[in-house]
Unconditional design. Structure first.
Length: 82
């Protein structure tokens, strides 16, 4: 039987300004804005109010950001070879 993890009780805690988590989220928002545009990225960012929302945001964006990073690395490698 597969055991599912119980929700983290901290997921319901509100996000607080001045924390390292908020600093990280602002960096992610900036990178997200480069990919999809400022307005859409800010609209998505404003939906976060709790640590659980932040966790979902990170899980949603990281694959997209990692894929973009890999694409840029490949382009850079191709430019160096030519």
């Amino acid at each position: 039987m597969i055991q599912t993890s119980s929700p983290d009780p901290r997921d319901e805690e509100p996000l607080r300004d001045g924390t390292s988590l908020m600093a990280f989220l602002h960096i992610m928002r900036k990178a997200h804005a480069e990919l999809i545009g400022r307005d859409q990225a800010h609209q998505r960012f404003r939906q976060m109010h709790t640590r659980g929302h932040a966790k979902a945001y990170i899980e949603e964006l990281m694959p997209m950001l990692m894929q973009e990073r890999d694409k840029r690395r490949q382009r850079r490698r191709g430019a160096i070879r030519h």
